[in-house]
Ligand binder design. Structure first.
Ligand code: MG
Ligand code: FE
Ligand code: FE
Length: 169
């Protein structure tokens, strides 16, 4: 922790650390949801979907890294046990119990939309109070916006194909 770096934060640092730990819990759950989803997903366009899920799994871990660096800079402790992720999470966890591509994509789109809302809120909260955290939230939200679009465009293509060839819409 850096003492002057903490002094310049214009908001309750404990509260900020809690918000960052909540986002950190979301990122780990998102990482696992993508990672295990990439292992079980089945159906048309599976290869393209797997490639995107694997990439997003890696990127969610990079978000966890950014959040943890900031938590430690602020003198906080990153959430130390996975059981706590479920107490702290904003966006929860959707188990890919139904491995059909369409269902997995829809679950992850829902997760991305929740993540976008979380970082939008964090940016509004820190814009003037803590530009360092604001910048981290900005970096992360840029990627969450990209994730949402990646998955929605895959789902669009999949739905076009299912419409054309019949079957479950
Ligand atoms: Mg992507
Ligand atoms: Fe993320
Ligand atoms: Fe994401």
């Amino acid at each position: 922790m850096g003492s002057r770096g903490i002094q310049i934060v214009g908001m309750d640092v404990k509260e900020l650390v809690l918000i960052l730990n909540k986002a950190l819990s979301d990122e780990w759950l998102a990482h696992y949801q993508y990672w295990v989803g990439s292992k079980v997903v089945a159906g048309p366009m599976k290869d393209a979907v797997i490639a995107e899920l694997v990439q997003h799994a890696t990127e969610e871990m990079a978000h966890a890294e950014l959040l943890t660096t900031r938590i430690i800079q602020l003198g906080g402790t990153p959430v130390l046990t996975p059981a706590k992720w479920f107490d702290l999470t904003n966006c929860a966890y959707d188990a890919p119990a139904d491995p059909f591509v369409q269902v997995v994509l829809e679950q992850n789109i829902k997760g991305e939309q929740c993540a976008i809302s979380v970082y939008d809120k964090l940016m509004k909260l820190t814009k003037d109070a803590d530009p360092v955290t604001y910048n981290i939230a900005l970096q992360i939200i840029e990627q969450e916006v990209e994730h949402e679009e990646d998955l929605q465009s895959l789902l669009e293509d999949l739905n076009l194909m299912l419409q054309r060839y019949g079957g479950k819409k």
